[in-house]
Design a binder for this molecule. Structure first.
Ligand code: HEC
Ligand code: HEC
Ligand code: HEC
Length: 366
C-alpha cells in the first residue's frame, strides 16, 4: 500500500508529467512548427505518456487494494473511484488511435486534454481533504491528558465516519479495555494511514471516555462483548456455554480460532475471551490435566511431543517402564544442560504417558 507521502509525491509527479505531455501535444498540433521540432516533441511526448500510464497503473492497483478493505463508501470515495476508473478506457482509446488509426489522429488533443483534466480533479479530490486534515491536525505537544481528551472527542466525530457510522465506535463504550482500544485504533490507522497524525488525542479520548473499567467487572464486560461479537459467526452461544473447560483449555480453543480467522478474532482478544469463559464456564484442572501440562512443558524441547505419544501408543509401557524412559531423557537433558524436571514431575509424566494409551497396563517389570 502507498503511504500518504509517497502518494502525494507520485500524484504531483503524475500531474507534472501529464502537464508537460499536454504542452508538447499542443505544440505538435500547433501551426507553423517545423517538422523536426514536431518529431522531437512527439518522441518526448511518447516517453512521458508511458511514464504517465505507469504511474496511473500503480495508482489503480493501490486503489483497488484499498477499496477491498472498505465496509462501505462515502460519496467522495465513490467520486474518486469513478473518476479514476474512467481514465482507463480513455487512455486505452488514445493509445489505440495513436498506434492503429491514423485517420482519427485529430481526436487526440481532445482525448489528451480530457484525461489531463480528469487527473487534475482526481488528484485535487484525493490530496485536498488530506491536506486540510493535515493542516487542521491539532498541535498536541505538551498538552495534558485532559486537553488531549477534549481534542480527541471532536476528532472522532470528524475522522471515524469515513468508512462506518459513529455507532460502530460508541456501541463499544465500556466494552473494550484500554489495551484493546489501542489495538483497534491501530487497526483503523492501518486502514486509513492519515489517522496516524491524530492518534494521540483520539487514543486519549477512547481510553478515557469509552474504555471498560480496569476492574474484574470491567474485564467481564469486555469478555462478554467479545464473545458476543466473535463467537456467533458459525454457531450459537449455547454451543460455547455447553462446555466447561480449564483456563488452559479455553485459551487453546480460542487461540485456535484466532489462528484460523486472524481478521475476525484478533490475537490480543484471546486472553480476555479465555478469561471470561473460564469465569463463566471454568472447571478446576483434573490430575490428568496437570500431568499433561507437565509433560507438554518438559518433553518438547528436543523433539516433538508426538514422538513420546507415538511411543506410548505403540509400546503400552507400564508407569515404571515409562519412568525409565523419562530417566533416560533426563540424562540426555542433563548432558545438554537443559532445565530438568523434578522427581515429582517425572512421576507425573510417567503416569500420564502410561495412562494415555494402555487400556490395561501390562506390568511386565522386574
Ligand atoms: C478506512 C476506513 C475506516 C476508518 C477511517 C475507520 N474505521 Fe473503524 N472499521 C473499519 C472496518 C473495515 C471495520 C471492520 C473490520 C475490523 O474490525 O477490523 C471497522 C471496525 C471498527 C470497530 C469495531 C471493531 C471491533 O473490534 O469490533 C470499531 C470500534 C472502530 N472501527 C472504530 C473506529 C474509530 C475509533 C475510528 C476513528 C479513529 C475508525 N474506526 C475509523 C474501517 C474504518
Ligand atoms: C469459523 C466459524 C467459527 C467461529 C467464528 C467460532 N466457532 Fe466454535 N465451532 C465451530 C465449529 C465448526 C465447531 C465444531 C462443530 C460443532 O461442534 O458444531 C465449533 C465448536 C465449538 C465448541 C465445541 C467444541 C470444542 O472445541 O470444545 C466450542 C466450545 C466453541 N466452538 C467455542 C467457540 C468460541 C469460544 C468462539 C469464539 C471465540 C467460537 N467457537 C467461534 C466454528 C466456529
Ligand atoms: C535433552 C533432549 C530431550 C528431552 C528434554 C527429551 N527427550 Fe526424548 N529423546 C531425545 C533423544 C535424543 C531421543 C532419541 C534417542 C533415544 O531414544 O535415546 C529421544 C527419544 C524419545 C523417545 C523414543 C524412544 C524410543 O526408544 O524410540 C521417547 C518415548 C521419548 N524420547 C520421550 C521423552 C519424554 C517423555 C520426555 C520428557 C520427559 C523427553 N523425551 C524429553 C531427547 C530428549
Amino acid at each position: 500500500m502507498l503511504s500518504p507521502t509517497v502518494s502525494a509525491i507520485l500524484g504531483v509527479t503524475w500531474l507534472i508529467v501529464g502537464g508537460i505531455a499536454v504542452g508538447l501535444m499542443l505544440r505538435i498540433f500547433g501551426r507553423n512548427v517545423p517538422t523536426r521540432g514536431r518529431m522531437k516533441a512527439a518522441a518526448i511526448h511518447r516517453a512521458l505518456g508511458w511514464v504517465y500510464i505507469g504511474i496511473y497503473l500503480v495508482f489503480l492497483y493501490a486503489m483497488v487494494r484499498k477499496a477491498s478493505g472498505y465496509a462501505e463508501f462515502n460519496s467522495l470515495q465513490v467520486m474518486h473511484f469513478t473518476l479514476g476508473l474512467s481514465i482507463f478506457p480513455l487512455l486505452t482509446i488514445k493509445v489505440l488511435i495513436v498506434r492503429r488509426y491514423p485517420r482519427l489522429h485529430s481526436m487526440l488533443p481532445v482525448l489528451g486534454l480530457t484525461v489531463f483534466t480528469l487527473s487534475t480533479v482526481l488528484i485535487l479530490l484525493g490530496v485536498g481533504p488530506y491536506l486540510i486534515q493535515k493542516f487542521n491536525a491539532p498541535d498536541t505537544s505538551g498538552k495534558s491528558e485532559t486537553e488531549l481528551i477534549a481534542l480527541g472527542g471532536p476528532l472522532v466525530d470528524q475522522r471515524c465516519q469515513k468508512c462506518h457510522g459513529l455507532d460502530r465506535v460508541f456501541d463499544q463504550k465500556g466494552k473494550k479495555s484500554a489495551d484493546l482500544w489501542e489495538s483497534t485504533l491501530d487497526r483503523m490507522i492501518g486502514l486509513d494511514p492519515p489517522l496516524a497524525d491524530v492518534r494521540e488525542p483520539i487514543l486519549a479520548f477512547l481510553q478515557n471516555e469509552l474504555a471498560a473499567a480496569d476492574t474484574p467487572a470491567g474485564a467481564m464486560l469486555t469478555g462478554a462483548a467479545l464473545v458476543d461479537a466473535r463467537c456467533q459467526k458459525c454457531h450459537t452461544l449455547d454451543r460455547v456455554f455447553s462446555y466447561t473447560k480449564t483456563h488452559d483449555q479455553w485459551r487453546t480453543t480460542v487461540r485456535r480460532y484466532a489462528e484460523l480467522l486472524p481478521d475476525h478474532i484478533h490475537a490480543d482478544e484471546v486472553e480476555p475471551i479465555a478469561q471470561f469463559l473460564f469465569e463463566k464456564r471454568g472447571k478446576a484442572e483434573s490430575p490428568e490435566d496437570k500431568q499433561r501440562k507437565v509433560f507438554e512443558a518438559n518433553c518438547a524441547s528436543c523433539h516433538n511431543l508426538s514422538r513420546a505419544l507415538d511411543h506410548a501408543r505403540d509400546n503400552e509401557l507400564s508407569p515404571r517402564r515409562w519412568k525409565r524412559v523419562v530417566k533416560r531423557m533426563e540424562r540426555l537433558a542433563e548432558e545438554r544442560e537443559l532445565k530438568v524436571w523434578s522427581e515429582e514431575e517425572r512421576d507425573q509424566i510417567a503416569a500420564f504417558l502410561a495412562a494415555q494409551f494402555s487400556e490395561t497396563p501390562i506390568d511386565e517389570d522386574d
